[in-house]
Design a binder for this molecule. Structure first.
Ligand code: SF4
Length: 746
């Protein structure tokens, strides 16, 4: 019998990036627990991590490519699959141009080292404007706001949880989500510790979530009104002379414009619309201003709404005006080991961000960071004419369940000339594909979190080798993406992956040595490539990132600096220390200042003013998170599906009485986009006037191979989400505050 082996691996399932200790015997996982020596998570894990064992062994997980033959998906070899893609995709690109192929990246793309690096290689090679991702149903408003204020899409201040005394949380439930745009293993413990050391945690949310229940105080807020509430705080800060920029004063532009705009949003003006009293708004403003160490943090509920970018902007306006931005215990910028757009280029100055360089064909929606809103994908497929999307590649995504009006998108997918999916499951979206290329188990892949550690509350870097070798003949995802790259660059389905990877690496090295701000500027590319040898694939890329990053060895230029080899010798990670003040060095705006009043945001405030006179009657729908769900893709794991069904609609007792539905009955919920029937849970944890249905459900459709998920299918809440309702600045879908009608199902 094989010996028990112990491996250490960073959990790739959510943004918390906890360290795992994985025991295995042969190819079987025998146990998973938190890695007590992990420098960041110190042994913390959540129930999802245990389910990695089931995910790894899931009999429904795809392990061989599938090709549609005579209407049915059938197993095929890798060569057959790539030859099929080449034969069907290349003529489409040749005849209709590169925009005829759209790409959708799902959320797990951001949690995979291979995908996060090689997706970009593939997308650059393709050059289609039809690029879509889960970002426009999630966090794009925050990325737009911070890009305009600080200069890059990832210039996101994160709350310094371990040192703050006062935390105002809006629209986030880190006790359940484990944190988002805030990488913090054991977020519940860290937030709980704020109260234990005498601090204050305030939560505003339309639902009394677990985080709200654990807070010092919770206030219901009407969905979609966070920007009004935050403007009420900004108004108070100016009106009561509480603005203290401190050392930020020399680095901040636009304070007067913000002051001028805030005049229209007195707490008494916004209170009725938000559902939070003017006295509370004023008190919170004073408490924030007077706290020595305080931060405002907001997440999904403030992003997935019609004023998502304004709300995201106002969060950091308050952090600046109270002098808490870039201060220990406030909202700070990470300095990650593998670098970030805000550690590269010229410190303290940059190109800033530009949007709208291209527009969608049908609705003329602007691109943001190279992406179009995923809410317009269906119409781009449906609408005939030059530039029509005729083919689609989905990568680790399930947009039928994750994006607005999933029913319309499903109908559109049926009209495609060709569809490819790179995925581990035959799910509600990939069932429409003509070719499915299976991904690997997370335990068969190395991991180094290049993206999420850019948002960490501490500077930490970790590398994990694969726990298991991939099965013989299985294609690693980075090689799959390079083979797709070979196809879209007309090199054929059998293009030499090694040569392609060498070419990609050479390009990256040449960029580095020709960038004046790079630590290897002017060096001979051949020397750098020789130092990276014999590594290939993601390991070679991550070594390059680490060595040219802020702590890197600069290929001998900074002896003792960070390398992948040094990281491999530290399986529990390397702690690079607490966050430190970085302004002005972190800024990449053209002015070199914090732009507190960017023009696109200023112009959008008039739309917000119009919101003040909107009626507040009628029911609106929001989503919700569950600790054991991870969007749509972990419902096939028995350990996470135990217990009572959780795809229910929460409704307040007063509303339930008014629409005559009782606890346990089934309600019919309708919106402009669709109708569904869902079991009812009557509870006073939800605000009157609001109902909540979680997203990521609606399994059990024909052709899907998710047997456990199908047995507790739930309903697809995105059938109700309106693909026409967007935050105009970011293109983010409105998923929080969808107007609905509710009645008892017949
Ligand atoms: S909190 Fe997230 S990263 Fe940590 S164990 Fe759970 S799923 Fe994994």
């Amino acid at each position: 019998m094989a010996n028990v082996r112990i491996s250490y691996h960073t959990c790739p399932l959510c943004e918390a990036t906890c360290g795992l200790e994985i025991r295995s015997r042969g190819r079987e996982v025998t146990g998973i627990r938190g890695d007590a020596d992990d420098v960041f998570s110190r042994g913390f894990i959540c129930p999802k991590a245990y389910a990695l064992k089931e995910l790894d062994a899931d009999p429904d997980r795809l392990r061989t490519p599938l090709i549609r033959r005579d209407g049915a998906l059938a197993p095929a070899t890798w060569d057959e699959a790539f030859a099929e893609i080449d034969a069907r995709l290349t003529p489409i690109l040749r005849e209709h141009g590169r925009d005829a192929l759209a790409v959708y990246l799902g959320n797990p793309s951001a949690h995979s080292l291979a995908l996060s690096i090689y997706n970009q290689v593939f997308l650059r090679a393709l050059g289609s404007k039809n690029m879509y991702s889960a970002s426009t149903v999630d966090q794009m408003p925050k990325q737009v706001a911070v890009g305009l204020m600080f200069g890059t899409a990832l210039s996101t201040p994160v709350p310094d949880l371990d040192r703050t005394d006062y935390l105002l949380i809006l629209g986030a439930n880190p006790f359940v989500s484990n944190g988002s745009l805030m990488t913090a293993p054991d977020a519940p413990g860290r937030i709980g510790a704020i109260r234990q050391r005498g601090g204050t945690v305030v939560v505003t949310d339309p639902c009394r979530t677990r985080t709200a229940a654990e807070a010092t105080e919770h206030h219901f807020i009407r969905p979609g009104t966070d920007a009004l509430f935050l403007f009420g705080i900004v108004h108070t800060l100016f009106a009561e002379r509480l603005v203290r920029l401190g050392r930020l004063a020399a680095h901040t532009a636009g304070v007067e414009q913000v002051q001028s705009l805030a005049r229209d949003f007195a707490p008494e003006t916004v209170a009725a619309r938000c559902g939070i009293g003017a006295d509370v708004i004023r008190r919170l403003a004073r408490e924030l201003a007077r706290a020595e160490r305080a931060a405002v943090y907001a997440r999904i509920g403030t992003c997935t709404q019609a004023f998502g970018t304004l709300a995201s902007w106002l969060v950091d306006v308050i952090n600046v005006l109270t002098g808490h931005l870039d201060q220990p215990g406030g909202a700070m910028f990470t300095r990650p080991g593998a670098g970030s757009p805000h550690t590269r280029g010229t410190p303290g100055r940059g190109k800033g961000v530009r949007f709208g360089r291209r527009h969608s064909r049908v609705r003329q929606l602007p691109e943001v960071y190279g992406e179009l809103p995923c809410a317009c994908l269906a119409e781009e497929i449906e609408t005939p004419g030059a530039g029509q999307v005729r083919a689609l590649i989905t990568i680790a995504g399930n947009p039928v369940l994750s994006t607005p009006n999933g029913a319309r998108l499903e109908r559109a997918l049926e009209r495609l000339d060709f569809m490819v999916s790179l995925d581990i499951y035959l799910n509600e979206t990939t069932r429409h594909a003509d070719v499915i290329l299976p991904g690997l188990s997370p335990l068969e892949q190395s991991h180094c979190d290049v993206l999420l550690r850019q948002l960490a509350i501490r500077n930490v870097v970790t590398y994990s080798p694969p726990v298991f070798d991939p099965p013989p003949g299985q294609q690693p995802e980075w090689q799959t993406l390079l083979r797709l790259t070979g196809i879209v660059t007309c090199q054929g389905w059998a293009a030499d992956v090694t040569a392609l990877d060498d070419f990609v690496t050479l390009q990256r090295v040449q960029q580095e040595v020709s960038a004046p701000a790079s630590p290897i500027y002017g060096r001979d590319p051949e020397d750098i490539l020789a130092a990276l040898a014999p590594r290939r694939g993601p390991e070679r890329q991550i070594d390059l990132l680490l060595r040219t990053g802020p702590y890197g060895d600069a290929f001998g230029g900074k002896p003792g600096g960070l390398t992948l080899a040094a990281l491999e010798a530290q399986p529990h990670g390397i702690d690079l220390g607490p966050l430190e003040p970085r302004i002005p060095e972190v800024l990449r705006t053209p002015s070199g200042k914090i732009e507190l009043a960017p023009e696109p945001l200023m112009a959008d405030v008039a739309r917000l003013r119009g919101q003040l006179v909107q009626p507040t009657d009628g029911l609106v729908m929001i989503g919700r998170r569950d600790l054991r769900s991870n969007n749509s893709w972990m419902h096939n794991l028995p350990a996470l599906m135990k217990g009572k069904p959780r795809c229910t609609m929460l409704i307040h007792p007063a509303d339930a009485a008014r629409v005559r539905v009782a606890d346990g009955e089934v309600a019919r919920v309708s919106s402009r986009a669709g109708t569904l029937d869902v079991p009812v849970e009557v509870t006073d944890t939800i605000m009157p006037g609001v109902v909540s249905i979680p997203h990521g459900w609606g399994h059990g459709l024909p052709g899907v191979q998710l047997r456990i998920a199908g047995a507790q299918a739930g309903v697809n809440s995105n059938l109700l989400a309106d693909e026409l309702a967007l935050d105009p600045l970011s293109g983010n879908a409105v998923l929080c505050g969808i107007p609905v009608q509710v009645e008892r199902a017949a």
